[in-house]
Design a protein around this ligand. Sequence first.
Ligand SMILES: [Zn+2]
Length: 347
Amino acid sequence: MGETLTAPMCLAELARFSARVGADPLLVQGAGGNTSVKADGVMWIKASGTLLADALAKDIFVPCDLAAMRAALAHPDGRADQTEAFSLRPGGLRPSIETSLHAVFPHAVVVHVHCVNTIALAIRTDSPKVLTAKLAGFDWAFVPYTKPGALLARAVAAAMGPATDVLVLGNHGLIVAAETVAAAETLLGRVVAALSVPPRRGKPDPQALAARAAHGFAALPADHPLHTVAIHPDLLRAAEAGSLYPDHVLFCGVGAVVLHPHETPAQAVARHVAAGRPKPPFLLVPGAGALMKAGASAGAVALTRCLGDVLSRVPEGATLTYLTLAQNAELLDWDAEKYRLALDAAR
Ligand SMILES: [Zn+2]
């Protein structure tokens, strides 16, 4: 293979579909989400740290040795997470950390998205029950939160039936699989339509926000969905209580920081850092809206919007499942994710 490797015809079709998916912040935020196609024993998958939105402008797909990845997954050690070892273009971009997740599907095309409508359900303690009602007619499975990578790939493989083509990942997102790109796009659209709920809205108070803005933190645009979280007391409590999905931890830190009365943004950040947590890119001002730190990375900006999009779809009275502090820590200490964060910082 190597130099003689040529991309399959359907890779161009996958790139067009990937660019559409990547352009929708309700499906994918920042460098999250990934797509793949298998042809002739080679799995072409999005490279780690690249954006699906760039699929037409850049070469974001890496060819991987599918049989070798599947063989590695049979070993309980971490070798399947060393994704660069499976690239058929050594020294190039590193295959997605979710490469093993795509390899367990027998389907030719796999699409993994951080769909906000899915996440809004997949963070609820009653998500299997709610999903059962909404996904009647699909061959689907639910996998409780598992650290992304080989552990998650094995959990997904164990949960799948012979014809399962829809996977909801607890506190994470959605996977759909099909034999063609067109069929995958159709299935994704049907699942998202089945799971969609209208968001709650909350109008920010520009004057109250301006009064609290300082130290590089300024009010987000009036139509930003994170304001809704600061306006509704139940959503504010939900945001402050902890982290709900991996990319939030990676790009926005642990949970969300609420600006206390008489506290400055610098004091709120210092309080959070003193608790051993990363600096937050945004602050929630109860009843007023959200402030964003100037110069935050593209990933932080995307995941800040995502939190608003997700929580505004959580109904009042729903109870949520949070990532444990140990799960937060394992995400922040993970070498593969540090690589992805470094690419984001350089963008
Ligand atoms: Zn993911």
